[in-house]
Structure formats: C-alpha cells, structure tokens
Unconditional design. Structure first.
Length: 114
C-alpha cells in the first residue's frame, strides 16, 4: 500500500511538473481559464511562473472559490480571479470563447468540455 501511494504521488508530481514546464509555450499575455479549479492546480502555479497571464478560475463550489481568492490575495498575485460558476453555465454565457487557453483536470470528458 505504501509503495502504491508513493508511486501515485510521484506520478502526479511529474504530471504537474510537465504542465508547469509547458507554460513557456503559452502565448504572451494570454487569457487562461481553468475549469474546475479545485485547489488551484495548475492555474495558480502557472500564474506564479507566468505573471503576464490573465487567469480566471471557475469552480462550482463556493468554498473553493473563497479559498482560491484568499490564496491568490495572500500570494499577492494580480490579474487572477476565481468565479463561483458551473462549467456548463460558463459555456452558455459571456465567458464562452473569450479565452486563449483552457485548462481542465478531471472535470469531464473532452468532448463535453469542447
């Protein structure tokens, strides 16, 4: 059991590291939306690495949104916000097609997100 946990944790760390490394390929001054932000990964680390990004985090749970706004304020990050909104509602509203980059992790199937 312990080995399995380490393997999963290591795999997740590598996966997150790869996503952060990909930040250099994002367009300069891009508008990024993170759908289903949860604890803020990868949106917050991407903003830290790429301060030029304009980041919007969307999550359906109000507690998470409060947490994310608190964390980004505590870190002194600018041009990043968390919005309490269901992804389905965001897709139908004014936010649709207003971003250059979209990230999502364990939210839904890709065809649903598209």
């Amino acid at each position: 059991m312990r080995r399995s946990f380490r393997r999963r944790a290591s795999s997740r760390s590598i996966f997150l590291g790869c996503r952060i490394a990909a930040a250099k390929f994002l367009p300069k001054n891009a508008k990024l939306v993170d759908v289903g932000s949860g604890a803020g990964f990868p949106a917050v680390p991407l903003k830290i690495v790429r301060g030029d990004l304009s980041v919007t985090m969307i999550d359906a749970l109000g507690k998470r949104v409060t947490f994310l706004n608190s964390v980004t304020e505590e870190l002194g990050l600018k041009d990043i916000e968390a919005i309490h909104l269901r992804a389905e509602d965001a897709a139908k509203g004014e936010l649709r097609e207003s971003f250059d980059v979209v990230t999502a992790r364990a939210v839904s199937e890709l065809r649903t997100l598209a």
